[in-house]
Design a protein around this ligand. Structure first.
Ligand SMILES: [Zn+2]
Length: 272
């Protein structure tokens, strides 16, 4: 007996697929929008067995895949794209910044505000929300139901790493999403009702950490990222420090952009 697609919001069904994602999360949600000619958001898993679960569930629900929508380019989101394209011939939709980072063709490049209609006539809009990834796209309907990708998580945390992410952009995107969102459907974990409270919490949490980074830097004088982690993340268990170092660097980059901190190529120091 194969898995079923579970309705999480009106006209939105989900199946959680096991993926190589950031612990403690273990699964990525593949969302199915519409009734019969559906849009699949994130054919997530690179693992054959999980791909088969998705394909069987779509088949059992008698869904034809009209399009594949990508929130961003990470492997735990795009793992089954090529397999699903081979099976259905469906076009792949994504932002230009995602198109330049994936090993397959994007058939429709989506920009901010682009309108998408599902087969029930319901309108969705693409929301460009960079920060976690440059081409991150949410999808929101008129009632404020949001396919939120990796902007927020029901399980685990969202990593903003300096190599391809931006803390300033991430914060700006969270703030922008708060206006007009009601229900967040994240890529990892359960649905998050009360969108504005969740988004507000995420912003406050990041600003709280930024404050810890600022205080740590003031206290220790000119420092490297590695030197600041034990101070700014003293409240976090040591096994998360390697990831914390990435996040901390993203905070420092933002403080440099804000003109509060300077970086000499090796050490950061506060200007005040
Ligand atoms: Zn991601």
């Amino acid at each position: 007996m194969s898995d079923v697609l579970v309705e999480v919001a009106t006209g939105v069904r989900v199946i959680a697929l096991e993926t190589p994602t950031l612990p403690p999360a273990t699964h990525t949600n593949a969302y199915v929008i519409g009734e019969r000619d559906v849009i699949v958001v994130e054919p997530a898993s690179p693992r054959r067995r999980e791909q088969a679960r998705l394909f069987d569930a779509l088949e059992d629900a008698e869904c034809r895949v009209r399009a594949i929508y990508l929130t961003h380019h990470h492997i735990d989101h795009i793992g089954a794209v090529e397999a699903l394209v081979a099976r259905t011939g469906a076009p792949v939709w994504a932002h230009a910044e995602t198109a330049s980072r994936v090993p397959f063709a994007i058939d429709r490049v989506l920009a901010e505000g682009e309108r998408i209609e599902d087969d029930t006539g319901r309108a969705w809009a693409a929301l460009h929300t960079p920060g976690h990834a440059p081409g991150h796209l949410c999808l929101r309907d008129a009632e404020g139901t949001v396919i939120a990708g990796d902007m927020v998580a029901g399980v685990g945390t969202i990593l903003v790493e300096p190599s391809e992410g931006s803390m300033s952009q991430y914060l700006a995107s969270l703030r922008r999403m708060a206006d007009g969102s009601r229900l967040l459907l994240p890529s990892h974990g359960p649905a998050l009702p009360d969108a504005s409270a969740v988004l507000d919490h995420y912003v406050r949490h990041r600003l709280g950490r930024e404050d810890k980074v600022r205080t740590a830097l003031r206290a220790s004088g000119p420092s490297t990222v590695a030197g600041l982690v034990p101070i700014a993340y003293a409240d976090a268990p040591m096994h998360v420090w390697p990831l914390a170092a990435l996040s901390l660097e993203a905070h420092l980059v933002k403080l440099v952009e804000d003109g509060e901190v300077v970086f000499d190529g090796e050490r950061y120091r506060t200007l005040s």
